[in-house]
Design a protein. Structure first.
Length: 172
């Protein structure tokens, strides 16, 4: 949906980091749109990429919108030494996501990258999410606070733009 593109651009401009839009597809997240950082050290991504939902910020934001009973049995694939590979540790992490209102992927999907994921709640349960990915080397506590604040604002703008209860949103 073209309505979301300006908000992805806004987040990218405000933060200078890589911004993603993804959709839950089975046990994976499919990347639907990406705005790359212009920094020398940056996340490299592409539209169409798939990542197991348990290992990334987009996926964990979306899994947290569902009851733990719907989590598949583990063990889950380890993409890095930091990936949660059992159902119990993933469920504990998702409880934290629900309490915070966003997910954090600290090098679970890609070494050297931290992601912050925000489910878009115009569907219930949410099917789509946005995230900001940043290299560990550039992540300070102040930058993390700014990322969370900007991404929360962007999520609110997107949710206000897309009418609720319209079913699956087609982004192309």
């Amino acid at each position: 949906m073209r309505a979301v593109r300006p908000y992805l651009d806004e987040a990218s401009e405000a933060l200078g980091e890589t911004i993603h839009l993804g959709r839950l597809d089975g046990r994976d997240v499919a990347y639907l749109a990406t705005r790359e950082s212009h920094e020398y050290l940056r996340t490299i991504s592409r539209v169409g990429r798939r990542l197991p939902a348990h290992a990334g910020a987009l996926g964990k934001a979306l899994l947290a919108e569902r009851p733990d009973e719907e989590l598949p049995e583990g063990p889950y694939e380890a993409l890095t030494p930091h990936t949660r590979t059992d159902r119990e540790s993933l469920a504990a992490d998702l409880a934290g996501v629900r309490a915070r209102g966003y997910s954090v992927d600290r090098q679970e999907g890609v070494l050297g990258i931290v992601g912050f994921g925000f489910a878009l709640r115009y569907d219930s349960p949410a099917q789509d999410a946005i995230s900001c990915s940043v290299p560990v080397a550039r992540l300070t506590p102040g930058h993390e606070e700014r990322i969370v604040a900007v991404m929360r604002e962007i999520r609110s703008k997107v949710e206000a733009t897309i009418p609720g209860g319209i079913g699956p949103v087609h982004w192309r």
